[in-house]
Structure formats: structure tokens, C-alpha cells
Ligand binder design. Structure first.
Ligand SMILES: *[C@@H]1O[C@H](CO)[C@@H](O)[C@H](O)[C@H]1NC(C)=O
Ligand SMILES: *[C@@H]1O[C@H](CO)[C@@H](O)[C@H](O)[C@H]1NC(C)=O
Ligand SMILES: *[C@@H]1O[C@H](CO)[C@@H](O)[C@H](O)[C@H]1NC(C)=O
Ligand SMILES: *[C@@H]1O[C@H](CO)[C@@H](O)[C@H](O)[C@H]1NC(C)=O
Ligand SMILES: *[C@@H]1O[C@H](CO)[C@@H](O)[C@H](O)[C@H]1NC(C)=O
Ligand SMILES: *[C@@H]1O[C@H](CO)[C@@H](O)[C@H](O)[C@H]1NC(C)=O
Ligand SMILES: [Cu+2]
Length: 601
């Protein structure tokens, strides 16, 4: 379907009006169809003071929050008013009965090409925090992303009685959980994703250096004095550039002999000019006693950690799934993952600093926002309040031995009935590897980006047999899959993401996975496995593999016929090929509506 330019500019105007309204509060208790129009345009923005090209969603990035109530039907109409092809993926949404709305080009649909409109339809079977983003090349890093919040229905058991036994507290937390404050995290580069990729190809060095960290799309460039970096210096990280990056010739981090550090653009790793752009404000009402902060890492490169001055974070949800609450000071958030935390609003009425930091060796960098105990809706501030018990210094250094950081492997799903099956029917061992300066693999061979342009496998499942067998996994409905990811030494942690149904993370350890099955492994190393109450997630972060391999095991049930995707969520890695297709019970796929078989032709 082609749309006229006049219509497009009208849409842009409407988008701007919608923008000015407060985030849509879902107020009806009757399930309904909620419609959203997302229009993607090419534009410019300067959240950290440096103007660059961006793809905007209704004129902004992050795009508008999509809010609905569990049980609602969503109808999300995406208009491509940009010059590039893309699709939109709803990250963490299980797509029960709607495999055609998962948004992976070449897998579930054809590209939405410039001038086209594509309508995604899915049911909110889940509750909690999710997000949407472009799923082609590295485009989401240019701005096509936003949060999704699905308000839990009233029959869903909540874990708040494990935080407090006071009925008033529990009731305040239930209310907070229905209307959380989204805290969206991202890292920003001043080259767009296409240019970033070209620089990697030109120099054979991944561009592991960002310009700023943003919270809800706002932030600042910092060029801290060299002494700030002193606590981070180690034998393999001896020197930091003005913007806190390791040098591009550091062979511990940039290991490829064909890398050309001499060709690096100094604008990427070295040059730093600080800015004074405003910070985001996250407002809470102290009269509501508790607030829910909904953190999502929408970054392209870095794992990010977060803390809030003077406030314990009672983590109660991970990837939209309730887990038994844990009180911590810092949450580490791998890319793609979400955590929700209650905070008790028992501090003096004031502003408190929200701190974030890159949580990986190659870069020392922080970002900030303000938690404000005020009902007013001031969106930004120009300066931060005084530090009050900060949990971390610039760059994430922990300041106090009693500070606690969430260990996501210890999260236990709530309610307890959400335990994994005791046995599996299929075992797959995948080798996560870097096979050249430009290639990353999830299993032996890289997934080829050109597959984005083929007839979607959902419409032609038989074509899967023509693909490289190392990147296709097929199994029938009712299977219980054990998928073992073995990371090759020299790799950072990989934030893997499985589309469709979530999986239990049942095992993690250092060393190779040297057994033929989980059952055998558990006999020899029971302490590395948990079949009783392991976390139930759609994101799985492997351990760093420095000198020896590491492994991570997920188990999942196949209950929803789907053709879908599993991949690393670091942009360089997925575009470098770290992805595979999952053919899940394809002989039981529901009939595909003609709208979806024809869309994009
Ligand atoms: C409410 O949530 C529970 C738990 O997720 C689910 O089993 C139930 O089907 C939901 N009810 C509606 C109307 O969505
Ligand atoms: C968009 O995708 C179509 C195939 O669906 C392809 O022919 C076209 O070249 C692509 N355009 C761009 C700008 O990549
Ligand atoms: C890396 O480059 C810096 C400055 O450009 C130089 O001082 C250093 O010796 C180089 N290190 C290596 C390992 O080549
Ligand atoms: C460390 O944190 C504890 C608990 O918050 C606090 O009582 C103590 O004063 C802190 N110590 C320092 C040195 O900041
Ligand atoms: C933290 O622990 C280390 C090692 O146990 C100790 O040397 C240091 O003094 C402690 N710092 C504080 C602030 O308590
Ligand atoms: C990882 O890739 C390297 C380079 O291609 C190769 O030598 C090595 O055998 C691979 N490792 C595994 C476990 O596949
Ligand atoms: Cu990765």
C-alpha cells in the first residue's frame, strides 16, 4: 500500500500532538482492542548536544510507550515513511497464535519497504515490561525503539507480600505495578549504525566506544579527568582515552591481527567535548508510598548497571515475569533485558540521582537522570541534586563493601508452580564463537543478513531445508528443548535473546560443557544446575569467557507453533551472524491470514 506525502506530513503532525499528552494510562478493566499508529521517519536529533541522523517513531526516540492491559488485543499499525526497509519486533511478546506478528524479516514477514504500512496484531497474554524495536541491520540503534507495558490483570498472583506483610504496603505496590515509571537505557554513537558498521569493516576493529549514555532519550557527554579512570586500570587495561575507552590497539580487547588501529577515526575513540544538555526526570508521588521503576536496556553495545541514590531496589520482575523479590542497590542489565523494581518513597521530599554506567571493561562511562518526589510533570532538569549515598562512582565503581548487586541467576519465578519440566526430549549444543574480525556465530556458521530478503520461512517452512543446517533448529510441538550455549574463549558475555516463549536458565558454569546431556552433567556437577526454581526469562546472559570456555543451559517447552529466531542482542554480534532460526512445531502452524501472506508483495 502506497501512501501520499501529504498524508505522511499529516501523520507527523498528529504524532506531535500525541507526544505532548502524558503517557497513556490504561484505565478500563474491560479487555479491548488497543490501536497504536507508529510512523517511522528519518530525521535528526541531539539528545546529548550533538546532532546526528536518527530514525524517529512519531517524531521522537524512544518512540511512544505502548500500554495495554493483560488480555487486550493489540493492533499496531506501522507506517514506513523512511527510506529504509525494516520490520518491528515486539521483544519478549510470546505471540501466542500470531506467529506472523513477531517481526523478523525473512523469517516471519517480508520487509516493510518505504511507503508501506504493516499492521501487527497480537494478544497481550503476558503482563509486565517489554519493548519494541526495528529488526533489520542495526537500525534500532538509530532510534526505532520504545517500551511496552502490559498491566497485569487482577487474577494474577503478585509477589508483593514477600516485600511487606502490611496490607497497605501491598495494596500500594499493586497500584504502583499497574502504572510503573519506565526508565529506558541506551548508549549513543555519533555515527549512525551504517557508518559504524563501515568503520568496523574498514579497520577490522569493532567500534567499542560510545559517546554517551541516555536515560529516556536524554543525557550528556562527559570527559572526566584522567584520575577518574585510575581505579579501572589493570595490566590489560592500562590506558583510557578522554572519553573513557581503551585504545583501539589494545590486543586484549581487539584481538584480530588484521585489525588496523592506525586507521581508526579519532572521533570514535579519542575526541571528547563535554556538553550541558538536560537530564530526564522520573517523577514519583510520595503519597503513593511505593513506586515501580521499569528498567529496560535498549542499547546497541553495552550492558548497563543502574542505581538510585538513597533507595533500595526491590527487584520483583525480570523480562516481564514476576520473580521472588530481592532487595539490592545495583541492577546489571544486559541488552534487551528488563527488570522492574519497587522503591519505597520514604525519603525526604527531594530529588535523587539515578546513576547508570557501562558495565564492561572496554569503556568507563556513566549517565544520569533524576528521581523527583513531586507530582509535577517537569520533564527535564539542568543539574543533578547533591549525592546522597550513591551506590556507585562514575563508571560504576562500587563505593561501599555493603553495596549489593543483583545476581540474576538467583531469581526464582513467582508463583512457585512455574518450574521447568524434569526431563528434556532434545539436546542441542551450540558453539558461540568469533570466527573472523567481522564474523560472530551462534553455532558454527554465521547467519547471513541477506536472508532478510528471502520469502519468509513462516510462509514457506519447507525452504528451511535449503539453509545451512547449523543455523536452523527444528522440533515438534510438545518437545522439551535443552539448548546449551558454549562460549569460546576470548568472547565477552553474550546477551542472548529467544523470541516466542520464555525459557528457564537451568545451568551455568565455567569450562566446556563436557557431557552428552543435562542429566549426565547434573550427576557430576549438581551445583551448576537448578531444576527446582530457576529463573524464567527471554534473555540469557552467558558468562565472560576469557581463557576457558563457559556454558549456559536453557530448557523450554514448545507449546506455540512458530517460526522464529534466537540471537545475541549486541548489534555487532547479530549483524556479524550470531543468530539462528527456530522451527517450532511448524506442522501445527495456524492458518495464516491472507493479509499476512500478501503483505509486502
Ligand atoms: C490473567 O492472568 C492470569 C495469569 O497470567 C492468566 O492465567 C489469565 O488467563 C488472565 N486472565 C485474562 C482475562 O487475561
Ligand atoms: C528493500 O527490500 C526490497 C525487497 O523487499 C529490496 O528489493 C530493496 O532493494 C530494499 N531497499 C533498500 C533501500 O534496502
Ligand atoms: C597503542 O598506541 C599507543 C598510542 O597510540 C602507544 O603508546 C602504545 O604503545 C600502543 N600499544 C600497542 C600494544 O601497540
Ligand atoms: C556503607 O553502607 C552502609 C549501609 O548503607 C552505611 O551504613 C555505611 O555508612 C557505608 N559506609 C561508608 C564508608 O560509606
Ligand atoms: C572494603 O573491603 C576491603 C577488603 O575487605 C577493605 O580493604 C576496605 O577497607 C573495605 N572498605 C570499606 C569502606 O569498608
Ligand atoms: C572458533 O573460531 C575459530 C576461528 O575460525 C576456530 O579456529 C575455532 O575452531 C572455533 N571454535 C569452535 C569451538 O568452533
Ligand atoms: Cu554476543
Amino acid at each position: 500500500m502506497k501512501i501520499s506525502l501529504a498524508l505522511l506530513s499529516l501523520c507527523a503532525l498528529i504524532g506531535a500532538v500525541v507526544l505532548a499528552a502524558p503517557s497513556p494510562r490504561v484505565d478500563s478493566h474491560v479487555t479491548q482492542t488497543r490501536k497504536y499508529d507508529l510512523e517511522i521517519t528519518k530525521g535528526y536529533n541531539a539528545p546529548d548536544g550533538i546532532t546526528r541522523m536518527a530514525y524517529l517513531v512519531n517524531g521522537q526516540t524512544p518512540g511512544p510507550e505502548i500500554r495495554a492491559r493483560q488480555g487486550d488485543d493489540l493492533e499496531i499499525s506501522v507506517t514506513n515513511a523512511s527510506p529504509v526497509n525494516f520490520t518491528i519486533h515486539f521483544h519478549g511478546i510470546e505471540q501466542e497464535g500470531t506467529p506472523w506478528s513477531d517481526g523478523v524479516p525473512g523469517v516471519t514477514q517480508r520487509m516493510i519497504s518505504p511507503g508501506q504500512i504493516f499492521v501487527y496484531r497480537w494478544k497481550a497474554t503476558q503482563s509486565g515490561l517489554y519493548w519494541y524495536h526495528a529488526h533489520s541491520r542495526e537500525l534500532y540503534d538509530d532510534g526505532i525503539r520504545g517500551a511496552i507495558y502490559l498491566e497485569p490483570n487482577d487474577s494474577q498472583p503478585t509477589p508483593f507480600g514477600l516485600i511487606s506483610s502490611d496490607p497497605q504496603d501491598i495494596s500500594a505496590m499493586k497500584s504502583a505495578d499497574k502504572d510503573p515509571r519506565v526508565v529506558g537505557l541506551s548508549d549513543r554513537k555519533h555515527f549512525n549504525s551504517e557508518r559504524d558498521f563501515e568503520e568496523w569493516q574498514r579497520t577490522h576493529i569493532e567500534q567499542l566506544c560510545v559517546d554517551s549514555l541516555l536515560i529516556n532519550g536524554r543525557g550528556r557527554i562527559f570527559c572526566p579527568p584522567q584520575e577518574t579512570f585510575a581505579p579501572y586500570i589493570t595490566p590489560t587495561a592500562p590506558t583510557f582515552t578522554a572519553r573513557g575507552c581503551l585504545l583501539p590497539n589494545n590486543s586484549a580487547i581487539y584481538p584480530y591481527p588484521d585489525g588496523r588501529p592506525d586507521l581508526i577515526d579519532p572521533g570514535v575513540f579519542y575526541d571528547c567535548q563535554s556538553t550541558t544538555t538536560p537530564f530526564s526526570v522520573v517523577s514519583v508521588d510520595p503519597e503513593s508510598k511505593w513506586a515501580s521503576l521499569a528498567f529496560v536496556n535498549m542499547a546497541g553495545l553495552w550492558q548497563i548497571k543502574v542505581s538510585v541514590d538513597s533507595h533500595k531496589l526491590y527487584v520483583y520482575s525480570a523480562d516481564g515475569q514476576y520473580h521472588k523479590p530481592q532487595a539490592v542497590d545495583i541492577i546489571t542489565i544486559p541488552i534487551g533485558q528488563r527488570f522492574q523494581a519497587m522503591i519505597k518513597l520514604d525519603q525526604p521530599v527531594a530529588d535523587y540521582t539515578i546513576r547508570i554506567a557501562v558495565d564492561e571493561v572496554p569503556q568507563v562511562m556513566s549517565g544520569f537522570a533524576v528521581l523527583s518526589y513531586t507530582k509535577s510533570s517537569i520533564a527535564t532538569v539542568d543539574s543533578l541534586p547533591p549525592d546522597v549515598d550513591p551506590a556507585m562512582a562514575y563508571g560504576g565503581l562500587v563505593l561501599n563493601n555493603s553495596t549489593t548487586t543483583l545476581d540474576a541467576m538467583t531469581l526464582k519465578p513467582f508463583p512457585e508452580t512455574l518450574a521447568p519440566p524434569k526431563d528434556s526430549t532434545h539436546t542441542f549444543l551450540l558453539d558461540l564463537n568469533r570466527t573472523s574480525a567481522l564474523t560472530w556465530t551462534l553455532n558454527r556458521d554465521p547467519y547471513q543478513p541477506f536472508l532478510e530478503l528471502i520469502t519468509p520461512l513462516l510462509l514457506a517452512p519447507q525452504d528451511a531445508s535449503k539453509l545451512d543446517p547449523s543455523i536452523v533448529f527444528s522440533y515438534p510441538l510438545g518437545s522439551v528443548i535443552d539448548m546449551i550455549f558454549q562460549a569460546t574463549p576470548g568472547a565477552p558475555a553474550h546477551p542472548l535473546h529467544k523470541h516466542g516463549k520464555s525459557a528457564w536458565i537451568i545451568g551455568i558454569g565455567n569450562g566446556p560443557f563436557a557431557w552428552d546431556s543435562v542429566a549426565t552433567a547434573m550427576k557430576e556437577q549438581p551445583s551448576l544446575f537448578n531444576l527446582i526454581d530457576p529463573p524464567l526469562r527471554d534473555g540469557f546472559n552467558t558468562l565472560d569467557a576469557t581463557t576457558e570456555p563457559t556454558f549456559l543451559v536453557i530448557r523450554y517447552l514448545v507449546t506455540n507453533p512458530m517460526v522464529t529466531f534466537i540471537h545475541c542482542h549486541i548489534n555487532n554480534h547479530v549483524i556479524g551472524g550470531m543468530a539462528s532460526v527456530l522451527m517450532e512445531g511448524v506442522d501445527k502452524l495456524p492458518p495464516i491470514p491472507s493479509y499476512y501472506t500478501n503483505a509486502g508483495l
